[in-house]
Design a protein around this ligand. Structure first.
Ligand code: GTP
Ligand code: MG
Length: 171
């Protein structure tokens, strides 16, 4: 009766990929903010779907804060990993951070679901989600449920599809 399962989600990815913009979009419209600034450290946000109540750790992606991520891995029950699909130069950095995440002792042996958002699809030079998936070698992830969606956080396109998928492995 209105009781939703609580799920802790870690929102990870490089700085400027659009994590905070995405999380803001998933919140009810009366809770959304207009101006989004680069995250300092991290911020805790909440949003609900029909069956789940999400608590999101929206981490800063800036290099100097990335060492904070691992302290929250144990508490995370799902991961949203955001990629700037137009940032070709840093795709290799995104892959390095993903590989570090996947090899971390608090993540490595868990069937934690990972939702990838190939974001900024509206940018003229954005790579397709298939290309992003290839560059990040996602097909090598065999021991965790994962899914990639092409998104535009400015319009919200693709976000719902991703969250709908995430509900499956969390049920
Ligand atoms: P950090 O907090 O520094 O790790 O960055 P972040 O990943 O939270 O990125 P943030 O949400 O702050 O967005 C960075 C910039 O990208 C902002 O200017 C957003 O408006 C812009 N942005 C986010 N998503 C999109 C998108 O889908 N398309 C376009 N064109 N711009 C986007
Ligand atoms: Mg942010």
């Amino acid at each position: 009766l209105g009781l939703k399962k609580e799920v802790n989600v870690l929102c990870l990815g490089l700085d400027n990929s659009g994590k905070t913009t995405i999380i803001n979009r998933l919140k009810p419209s009366n809770a959304q903010v207009q101006d989004i600034v680069p995250t300092i450290g991290f911020s805790i946000e909440k949003f609900k779907t029909s069956s789940l109540s999400f608590t999101v750790f929206d981490m800063s992606g800036q290099g100097r804060y990335r060492n904070l991520w691992e302290h929250y891995y144990k508490e995370g029950q799902a991961i949203i990993f955001v990629i700037d699909s137009a940032d070709k130069l840093r795709m290799v950095v995104a892959k390095e951070e993903l590989d570090t995440l996947l090899n971390h002792p608090d993540i490595k042996h868990r069937r934690i679901p990972i939702l990838f958002f190939a974001n900024k699809m509206d940018m003229r030079d954005a790579l397709t989600s298939v290309k992003v998936s290839q560059l990040l070698c996602l097909e090598n992830i065999k021991d965790k449920p994962w899914h990639i969606c092409a998104t535009n956080a400015l319009t919200g396109d693709g976000l719902q599809e991703g969250v709908d998928w995430l509900q499956g492995p969390l049920r």
